[in-house]
Structure formats: structure tokens, C-alpha cells
Design a protein around this ligand. Structure first.
Ligand SMILES: [Zn+2]
Length: 453
């Protein structure tokens, strides 16, 4: 029995819906007694050890950085972020963590921290803030999530309550040989849980810690108020661009008011500390030079999300006219072309993106999809194979390699990839497809989940 996907794919090529699930980002996921919180000294529900926090970070952060279109290729900018970040971590409650700071190519407004201390800011937010004190507030807030162990605590609660979708089944289906709770498989949970929404209490605490660290590091506390103002004004005139930031870090009037009050009370004597505007402008000059291109990409991405493809296309064209070698612009344009049923054009943009940034996975990914849609299965396989080499542990290329092998009628090879995929992921459309094929081909007995675990 052939599945509807295969039938339709054979007749018409891939439909848009199929394209969507083939390209759906399966990036980054993770897992994770009581422990004493390094910040408060109070006991805290904690099922993750510090070693597990670092291991989860090491495994999953690279996938999130890639889904944000890779670390920005501006070494000076990354060095600058590291310098500012280091000033803050040395005065933090957890100086021993392996912190790192980087800009990622994504243009939407966001910043995030993984539990081991890998912290990223998008180009979008770096373009929005205007001085080093605001940057210190942003990084200080993220460091606060690490020092107060918010992610690890949330994971521990989820494990205890077994409320997180997939978490229970992941523990049941865990095949990892590591003694701990961190699994070898990626993708069961998704970065959505690792980077899931912090509670209001977490946000309050991260704001307070961020302010404490930035002042100790010598920045005016006004930077926190400035940062909150930037976020507030963005959310009123460009809500789409900032959605992700607020999805993980809920913003409220209360957060702003608290920052204002603290500047005038606790930190009243520190207001005259420097804001470092010129230093910030100097180090982000490369971004500012292509400001209008980045803004066009932001608008294009929002238009694409609303399925206004023609608008998105003219905005991306405008962006690429100004910044023809921009990796993010090229990858987004490739996505758009495929969504507009122009896979040949998509392939061209993906190819250019690959030349611009050969070590970044997404150009290989979208290039492979463009080829797959055109039924160039062997060439697609090559791209997905490169994608997997660059980002080992991401199950998505494994599935796509299986799908390409299936397209070439290489049944044993396809079965091997699908089997490998199911060792990492056991639910979702891709898993269903893999299981269905393996069942049809006689590699597994039944479709009931119990026999495949
Ligand atoms: Zn936050």
C-alpha cells in the first residue's frame, strides 16, 4: 500500500504541505533531586547536574545557531560580544560555566541562553540597541537565566510532572548508554522546550541579576531601561519581528517600571556610569552599513510568514541588491522561491548561499530541498549528507537522506536511513512516513508504536 504522500509526490512533485513538513526545523532539543541555587542559596528542584546542563548545551546549541542561519561571519563583532559578556560573567554567581557569546545571522529580534552558558543575539536585536550598556543589560539578563539555572529547573519540573509533550516517551524510549538523563537522540523534544517560555518570576529574577551584573561590570543601570524601551517600541511598530523574543522572554509594563524604579533607588548612585555609545557604534558599524537591507529582510520574513509571497520577494530582492552576499538573505530567498513553486530559482539562491558560507548547514538543507522538489534525488542526497556532516545529531537530514534514497529506488539504503531516523524520533509526520515504508518493505512487523521502540 502506498501512502498518499508518495502517490502525490510521484504525480505532481511535492505539494506545499509536504514541502512544509520536509523543511520543518527539527532543530535542537534537550533534556535533562534538589540542589542549592547558586544565586539565592535556596534549595531548588533540580534533576539536572551541572555536567548535564553543559552537555545539553554542547549538543543542542549548535542546532539552534544553525536554525538562526549560523554564527555571523563578522569575527570582530563576535569578539566584541565576548569581551562585553566576559566582563559580566566574571562578576556573576557562576563564573566557572563555559560561557560563549556570539551574533547569529537571523534578522528577527531575539537573544537566548542555553543552560551551559552558550548565549546568542540576533543581528536584528543588535541593530535595535544603541549603546554598550543596553548590550550589557541584554547579555546580563541572559547570563541571569544561566546563573539562576532557570532552564534546568524548568526541565526538572517538567520531568517530575511529566507534562511536557514527548518528555515521558523520550525517557521510555531512551536508548542512550549514558547513565544520566541526557539522551543521545536529538529532536524528540525540540529547542522549543529547551528555550521555552520563562515564567514571569524567571524574567523578574533575570532582570534583577542582569542589572546587578552590568552595574558591577561598570555600566550605567540606565542601559536596562534603555533596553526595555527598545523592546517596547519594537513591539508596537513591528510586532512580528519581535514575537520570538517575547515568546521566550515575556515582556510586561511591570518589567519596565521595575527597571525604572531600581535605577532610581538601589542603583541611584550608579547612574553616572558610562553607557559606551561610541564603542557600541564602532563595533556594530558593519551591521549598520547594511541596516536598510536587514530591515527589508525583516519585513520580507514577516510577509513570508503571512504568505504574502510577492511582497516578500520584492523585499528580499531589495535586500540582496544592497547586500548581495548576505547569507541570511540568500537562504530566506531560496526558501521563498521554493514556496512560490520556483525550485529552480531556489536552487540558484541556495547555491550562492553555499558559496558564501560553505560550513553552514542551512544552505545545504534548502539546496537539497530545492533539488528534491525537482526530483534530482542523487544531488539532493549529496546536500543532505553534507548537512548531516555539518550538524551531526540533527535527525532531519537523516530523514531527508532516506527520502532521497527512496526517490532513487534504493530501498535498502532508504530503509537504513529511515531506521536511523526512527532511533532518534518516534512521532510526527516524518516518523510516520518512515515507519510506513519500513512496514511496507518488511523491515518492521506492524505499525503499532510499541513494536518500534
Ligand atoms: Zn528572559
Amino acid at each position: 500500500m502506498k501512502g498518499p504522500i508518495q502517490n502525490r509526490a510521484q504525480r505532481h512533485g511535492l505539494s506545499r504541505r509536504e514541502f512544509l513538513w520536509l523543511t520543518s526545523a527539527t532543530s535542537a532539543g534537550m533534556l535533562a533531586g534538589c540542589a542549592v541555587n547558586p544565586v539565592t542559596g535556596q534549595r531548588q528542584l533540580m534533576l539536572m547536574s551541572e555536567g548535564q546542563e553543559i552537555e545539553a548545551d554542547r549538543q543542542y546549541a549548535p542546532h539552534q545557531f544553525s536554525s538562526d542561519l549560523g554564527v555571523a561571519q563578522d569575527a570582530g563583532l563576535n569578539r566584541y560580544l565576548s569581551d562585553v559578556g566576559e566582563k559580566l560573567t566574571t562578576v556573576s554567581h557562576r563564573t566557572e560555566m563555559p560561557y560563549s557569546f556570539r551574533a547569529v545571522n537571523a534578522v528577527y529580534v531575539n537573544a537566548y541562553a542555553f543552560p551551559g552558558g552558550s548565549i546568542a543575539t540576533t543581528r536584528g536585536i543588535l541593530l535595535a540597541i544603541e549603546n554598550e550598556a543596553e548590550l550589557a543589560a541584554l547579555l546580563g539578563h541572559e547570563i541571569g537565566h544561566v546563573t539562576a539555572r532557570h532552564t534546568a529547573e524548568r526541565m526538572s519540573k517538567a520531568m517530575l510532572l511529566n507534562v511536557a509533550v514527548g518528555l515521558g516517551s523520550m525517557l521510555v524510549s531512551q536508548k542512550s548508554e549514558t547513565a544520566g538523563l541526557v539522551t543521545a537522540g536529538v529532536g524528540m523534544i525540540g529547542s522549543t522546550l529547551l528555550l521555552a517560555k520563562y515564567s514571569r518570576d524567571d524574567e523578574r529574577q533575570a532582570d534583577a541579576l542582569g542589572m546587578e551584573y552590568m552595574v558591577k561590570a561598570g555600566y550605567t543601570p540606565e542601559g536596562m531601561v534603555g533596553l526595555m524601551n527598545v523592546l517596547r517600541s519594537l513591539s508596537s511598530h513591528s510586532p512580528g519581528a519581535i514575537e520570538m523574543m517575547f515568546a521566550s522572554h515575556p515582556m510586561s509594563e511591570e518589567r519596565y517600571q521595575t527597571a525604572v524604579n531600581r535605577v532610581n533607588t538601589v542603583y541611584g548612585d550608579n547612574k553616572s556610569l558610562p553607557e559606551g555609545r561610541e564603542r557600541y557604534m564602532d563595533h556594530t558599524a558593519g551591521l549598520r552599513r547594511i541596516r536598510t537591507a536587514i530591515e527589508a529582510m525583516q519585513k520580507g520574513q514577516e510577509a513570508m510568514a503571512r504568505k504574502k509571497y510577492a511582497d516578500a520577494e520584492s523585499l528580499f530582492t531589495q535586500a540582496l541588491t544592497e547586500a548581495p552576499d548576505d547569507y541570511a538573505g540568500l537562504v530566506m530567498m531560496a526558501h521563498l522561491q521554493i514556496a512560490m513553486d520556483k525550485p529552480k530559482a531556489g536552487e540558484g539562491f541556495a547555491e550562492k548561499a553555499r558559496q558564501v558560507y560553505p560550513d553552514e548547514a542551512q544552505a545545504h538543507h534548502i539546496g537539497g530541498i530545492a533539488k528534491l522538489v525537482q526530483k534530482k534525488y542523487a544531488a539532493a542526497f549529496e546536500r543532505f549528507d553534507a548537512y548531516e556532516r555539518i550538524l551531526p545529531g540533527d535527525p532531519n537530514p537523516i530523514f531527508l537522506k532516506g527520502y532521497s534514497q527512496e526517490g532513487m529506488q534504493h530501498r535498502p539504503e532508504a530503509a537504513r536511513e529511515y531506521t536511523r531516523y526512527l532511533q532518534n524520533v518516534d512521532q510526527g509526520q516524518q516518523a510516520d512516513h518512515a515507519r510506513q515504508r519500513l512496514t511496507e518493505w518488511g523491515y518492521i512487523q506492524q505499525e503499532t508504536p510499541a513494536t518500534t521502540r
